[in-house]
Each structure stands twice: as C-alpha cells, then as structure tokens.
Design a binder for this molecule. Sequence first.
Ligand SMILES: *[C@@H]1O[C@H](CO)[C@@H](O)[C@H](O)[C@H]1NC(C)=O
Ligand SMILES: *[C@@H]1O[C@H](CO)[C@@H](O)[C@H](O)[C@H]1NC(C)=O
Length: 209
Amino acid sequence: MHLSLCTTLTLLGAVATALPGELISKRALTPQDINPRTGCPGYLPAGEFEFPHYITQVSKSEPDRSWGPQYFGVFTPNDVASIFSFDVPASRAGANCTLEFLFPRQEQLVTSSYEYSGGGSFFFTGFNPGSCPGPQTTWNNLPAPGPFPPFPPVHMEPGNAYVIDIGPCWVGAGTCVAGMTSTNDSNFRFFQDFNDCPIGIYTTYSYLT
Ligand SMILES: *[C@@H]1O[C@H](CO)[C@@H](O)[C@H](O)[C@H]1NC(C)=O
Ligand SMILES: *[C@@H]1O[C@H](CO)[C@@H](O)[C@H](O)[C@H]1NC(C)=O
C-alpha cells in the first residue's frame, strides 16, 4: 500500500502514559469511533489532550547519530524509529491517560501530508517516566527503559484510530513520559499536527464521573 496524504500525521511514537503494571486496556478503535461531525478517526476533546512536546528519531544503522528536535515521525523497517515525549501536568494525577495514534486517510488532511507503505506492523516501547529524550538521545543512548508491560505489536493503517494504552496519569504527572515507536516492515513519514483531522500520537485525559 502506498499513500500520500496531506494533513498532519502524528507518528506512532507511543508514549505511554500508561502505568507500570496497571494496564487498563488495549484496543483498536472501530468504525463507531469515527467523529460523525468531521469524519475523522478519533476525537481530541478540547483542553483534554496533549500533543508530544518533543519528537526525535534514532537509527540502528547510525547508532551514535543525534537527530535533535523534529516535527515529523519517521520510520523505516528495522532501522529508523521515532521517540515521542509528552509533558503531563501534575494537576492531571487524578485522571486516566489514553495514549492513541490517530491515522486519517490522506484525503482527510488539509494542512499536512504523509507517506506510508509496507505491512503496517508497529512496536511501542515505554521509557521510564521522567527519563526524557533530548539532544543527547541516540540509538546507543536511549532514555531509561520503563516499568511498563510489553506492548503487543499494533497493525496500523489509514482511516483508523488506535488506542495504544490506557492507564492512570499519576505515573507520569509532573514530568515527561516518553516512548519509542518502530516498525519491521513499513516506511512511514508524517507531520504531527492536529488541525483538520489530527494525525499522530496523542494523550487524552478522562475522568469517570
Ligand atoms: C513483523 O513483526 C510481526 C509481529 O511480530 C511479524 O508477524 C511479521 O512477520 C514481521 N514482519 C517482518 C517482515 O519481519
Ligand atoms: C480509570 O479507569 C479505571 C478502570 O476503568 C476506573 O476504575 C477508574 O475509575 C478511572 N479513573 C478515572 C479518574 O476516570
């Protein structure tokens, strides 16, 4: 499959705001999760979500290369992976955090574009809360591994939204929570953006009432 969309993509950088050993659920969203007003996959409730505040890449074939701050998520099979970091305010400690990847179809995007080809298998790894990526980050110098349970591989394709993880926000509240997303079979490059249809990785807050 080869798509060239125009809108914003957020990569799969799964940053898990999920918690150590307290996984609530993992699921792929269904067609019922399509926003009926916009037709976009998934919702970003106003004031109740975070976009990644830092994105960078690492490369297995260039293990000492530092990519610094980036706006795109970039993935190549078994080589380039992307790291996404979220800042969760301390005031969100009482919420549940949902980490999700929103992947609209190209024609739903107005201000962004993406390139995607391959089998769509993606892998998410969560780092230790407070261990943030920065200019020092390379394949050989990743943030510290987290206490998170392993994330099963996710098959992702355009037109869908994927919940990577749901967990209590207190785990990362008041600091950063970052994760790495990689693929073994796909080439994918997207601009993380939330205008029009949001694309890429987001953390949303929820409170049971
Ligand atoms: C990629 O990983 C998935 C999940 O582990 C596996 O089923 C698939 O065979 C792998 N594909 C390649 C090309 O290695
Ligand atoms: C978080 O999710 C769990 C499991 O569904 C639920 O028991 C708990 O009440 C939720 N907390 C909030 C603040 O929504």
